[in-house]
Design a protein around this ligand. Structure first.
Ligand SMILES: *Cc1c(COP(=O)(O)O)cnc(C)c1O
Length: 392
């Protein structure tokens, strides 16, 4: 990755396919027998999807467009599920036409629509979680209560669908093992209650939420997620679920961030380092970069990224707020503390390497807010050669 960053003469985002492959293998080793369905929105880049498909991954898609992109990798439709609980009649019919037969759900309305537009399909019900402990909670908008899950899957069965499973999402960049333990407890309770009613789900979808390791929190401190403890909590939870289930269980996991975040990096450049007196008359240094919230660093609301200034490894440093190039004041981080060390001598045009920004970079880029276009991308590794991508 460092060689590719050094070789880049202009801005781009670079994905390391071999790094992503190693991450995939490590996850499979931690969770033996658990099938992976990559959450596409974290990195909808064809080369990345092709590489994961080649390793045996399936896909968690959230729209017919994502399903079509997943199918272009050549994976069988059985390895793609529609993991979004939110879908129109037309979305469901289109997914069904494309061959998808597994649908997430969390409401009777959605179940009725699936029964009408994708008759006979399998549905898995998403159980709500609090999202506590995660940087992005994903609560409220998704998932239903345990009581509702009984009703939703009961109605699914009555409507001729197969009530095949349960799912959860513990929240994105979940930082605690306890959240996994709690999610497993909810799943076990719902599973038992369903079994009592003669409904025997056979698939448990553990969702996403596994963390990136190389990112910093909003104040610039390393996030150190207890990954080993998380995997232990997941493995123990799987045992509990197997023990209460009336039927043999298959497990799926839908990582997004965890597979790609630490294997993507941006080569950007300095727009300018400035020093200004603001309204409160305090002097503040600002580092303006060529990319920001709207073309690669969308998650700067909760994160800081590790920056490297390859042309200025030493010398005097200043502590600066970091900002993207647009006229939007949200396009900045470290405004409330956690200032970033920046070489004092850095000049306009000097390269900046932004590490661990491979997740949610391309998908969240705007079409060119203030004219700042999405970054071109390239991939290294995979077949051995560095490949030029395009604009994702
Ligand atoms: C976004 C999403 C994921 C992936 O989440 P990460 O936190 O990136 O792992 C998985 N499943 C569903 C349903 C999602 O919406």
């Amino acid at each position: 990755m460092r060689a590719a960053l050094a070789a880049a003469t202009d801005d781009r985002i670079i994905y390391d396919l071999d790094g992503i492959g190693r991450q995939y293998a490590a996850l499979r080793a931690e969770l033996p027998g658990v099938a992976v369905r990559f959450a596409m929105k974290a990195c909808p880049v064809d080369e990345v999807l092709d590489h994961l498909a080649g390793l045996g991954s399936g896909f968690d898609a959230a729209s017919p467009q994502e399903i079509a992109q997943a199918l272009r990798t050549g994976v069988a439709p059985e390895l793609i599920h529609y993991g979004n609980t939110i879908k129109s009649d037309r979305n469901i019919a289109e997914a069904h036409r494309l061959g998808v037969r597994d649908f997430a759900t969390d409401s009777p309305e959605d179940v009725a629509a699936i029964a009408e537009h994708a008759p006979g399909s399998r549905v898995f019900c998403r159980i709500a979680t609090t999202g506590e402990g995660a940087l992005w909670g994903l609560s409220h908008k998704f998932g239903c209560s345990p009581e509702d899950a009984l009703r939703v899957l009961g109605e699914a069965r009555a409507a001729g669908l197969v009530p095949s499973g349960l799912s959860v999402h513990v929240g994105s960049q979940q930082m605690t093992a306890e959240a996994w333990g709690a999610a497993m407890d909810s799943l076990a309770a719902v599973l038992e209650a369903l079994n009592w009613r003669g409904i025997t789900p056979t698939t448990i979808n553990l969702g996403g939420g596994l963390p990136a390791l190389g990112v910093l929190d909003r104040h610039g401190s390393p996030l150190e997620p207890p990954l080993e403890k998380m995997f232990t909590a997941i493995r123990e939870g799987m045992e509990r679920l197997r023990a209460v289930s009336a039927a043999p269980l298959e497990f799926l996991v839908e990582p997004g961030r965890h597979l790609v975040a630490d294997h993507g990096a941006i080569r950007a450049h300095v727009a300018r380092l400035t020093s200004r007196h603001g309204l409160d008359d305090a002097r503040q240094d600002w580092l303006y970069l060529s990319c920001g919230k709207f073309n690669g660093l969308y998650e700067m609301d909760q994160l800081q990224y590790r920056l490297e200034f390859p042309t200025h490894p030493g010398g005097r440093f200043v502590n600066a707020v970091v900002a993207g190039p647009t006229c939007d004041s949200d396009d900045a981080y470290a405004q409330e503390g956690g200032l970033v060390r920046v070489p004092h001598a850095i000049g306009s045009g000097d390269p900046v390497w932004i590490h661990s920004c491979g997740a949610y970079a391309t998908a969240y880029a705007t079409r060119g807010f203030n004219g700042f276009a999405p970054l071109p991308y390239s991939c290294i590794g995979g077949d051995g050669a560095g490949r030029q991508g395009g604009t994702a």
